[in-house]
Design a protein around this ligand. Structure first.
Ligand code: SF4
Length: 439
């Protein structure tokens, strides 16, 4: 009888790709994959561990699984990813319910780890986190029509508040050949939209080819039949050059949507956080991008309450956001992460950081609503992702919507899941979703 395995994937899209690779290896090894851990022979929890909120979520999930195990409703508990990579000793000491722990350099060892755990051993695998990126097939767990494409692993930017370089290791690009091969395979399986990810995609190729190679990669990705949309996430503000901007502007398959985390705008804070580039550089970049790429939608990430942020610096940030009108934003209160330089710097308490984050979210929701209203009357290309029985409408995403973090478009029409259709926008909902009819 095949042993049944469930996998819970926490954290970012890069971690999800590792989960998908483990799903492929488990399937290849003949394990039965189950969506529900209850009743399974084992559960794999692929964790995130870079900020407090993520760590709490991972530990809560482990404790929930431990309850199932204690009630004999679950066999083994396998914990992988960033949490064990960062806290292997604490996990060993404080969570004896766990049967196996694997670091970020050992996703490829998941089957051996399971076999050993089923043999009754307590298992630990901590491969080299700076080793070349695993080139493994995956079971794509996202929609039939879109998939993440991870082009590199790790990070060398060492932003002062960030623990990721210490968890995920140094920056390692995948070879362009392997990336294109994977993209072709995804296209053959019906994927229309590729979401290009890494900790910093604009650094792609600098380690492997000695030069920034994202523009070249995007050009080659767009030659693949079946791929219609290429979406760029996690770019770094000071890594844009004319070649990349021209490629984004002229390549019809690259959606005019750019995710550019800036974290803050105050020069003193940017310097203290080891962020490359100044506030003027960021303003000039946004101005150039909007001029050279008509209809561009910008997404960014902001951290409120960073060391050095007083009321004046916070107001400067708010004033910049009011002026820049960035259509999409993820906003986080500063979380002092042990082992980072920022954690040792003076900073406001968490309540103040949280309050400031909420004020920015309010400011951003007004900007987002203004953007949504400006879409009424336009005809947008929408990737149809299904039919909503409750709304009695098809739904999907426009170029301005990345999965899980942005909005949706609901529309009347023939619709066809997985296809990109034209939708005339007629209204917006209270949640700032767009509504329209297929044309
Ligand atoms: S760019 Fe900065 S914030 Fe992003 S992963 Fe690298 S060190 Fe962390």
């Amino acid at each position: 009888m095949k042993k049944s395995i469930a996998l819970i994937s926490l954290g970012c899209a890069k971690n999800l790709v590792n989960s998908e690779q483990m799903l492929y290896l488990l399937d290849e090894a003949g394990y039965a994959l189950s969506p529900d851990p209850e009743g399974c022979d084992a559960v794999i929890i692929n964790t995130c561990g870079f900020i407090d909120a993520a760590k709490s979520e991972a530990i809560d999930t482990i404790l929930q699984m431990a309850e199932l195990k204690a009630a004999s409703k679950l066999g083994k508990i396998i914990v992988t990813g960033c949490l064990p990579e960062r806290y292997r000793d604490d996990i060993r000491a404080e969570l004896p319910e766990i049967d196996a722990i694997l670091g970020v350099g050992s996703f490829a060892d998941i089957v051996s780890a399971l076999d050993e755990a089923f043999a009754g051993n307590i298992v630990e695998y901590f491969g080299d986190k700076n080793a070349p990126v695993d080139e493994l097939p995956r079971v794509v767990s996202t929609g039939p029509s879109w998939a993440y494409l991870k082009i590199a692993e790790g990070c060398d930017n060492f932003c002062a508040f960030c623990a990721i370089p210490y968890i995920r290791g140094r920056y390692r690009s995948r070879s362009m050949t392997n990336i294109l091969e994977e993209a072709r395979s995804l296209a053959e399986h019906g994927v229309k939209e590729l979401i290009v990810i890494a900790q910093d995609i604009t650094k792609y190729g600098t380690d492997l080819y000695g030069k920034r190679s994202l523009a070249e990669l995007c050009s080659k990705l767009s030659e693949i039949d079946g791929i219609e949309w290429i979406r760029l996430h996690y770019t770094y503000p000071d890594q844009f050059d004319d070649e990349l901007i021209d490629e984004i502007a002229s390549n019809d398959k690259i959606v005019k949507y750019l995710d550019i985390p800036i974290q803050h705008i105050n020069d003193g804070i940017l310097r203290a956080m080891n962020r490359h580039g100044t506030s003027d550089d960021i303003r000039q970049l946004f101005k150039d991008l909007r001029q050279r790429i008509p209809g561009l939608v910008l997404r960014t990430s902001i951290i409120a309450g960073l060391p050095g942020e007083g009321e004046a610096e916070f107001e400067e940030l708010c004033e910049f956001l009011r002026e820049a009108k960035i259509e999409r934003a993820g906003v986080f209160p500063f979380s002092p992460e042990e082992g980072t330089r920022a954690a040792k710097m003076e900073h406001v308490d968490f309540e103040t950081a949280q309050r400031r984050a909420e004020l920015i979210m309010q400011l951003q929701s007004e900007i987002m609503e203004e953007f949504c209203r400006s879409q009424v009357g336009k005809t947008l290309r929408v990737l149809c992702e299904g039919y909503d029985e409750e709304q009695k409408m098809f739904f999907g995403r426009s170029y301005a919507d990345s999965p899980d973090i942005d909005g949706l478009v609901f529309f009347d029409g023939a619709g066809c899941e997985g296809n990109i259709v034209d939708v005339k926008i007629t209204a917006i909902t209270d949640e700032c979703f767009l509504v329209g009819e297929e044309v």
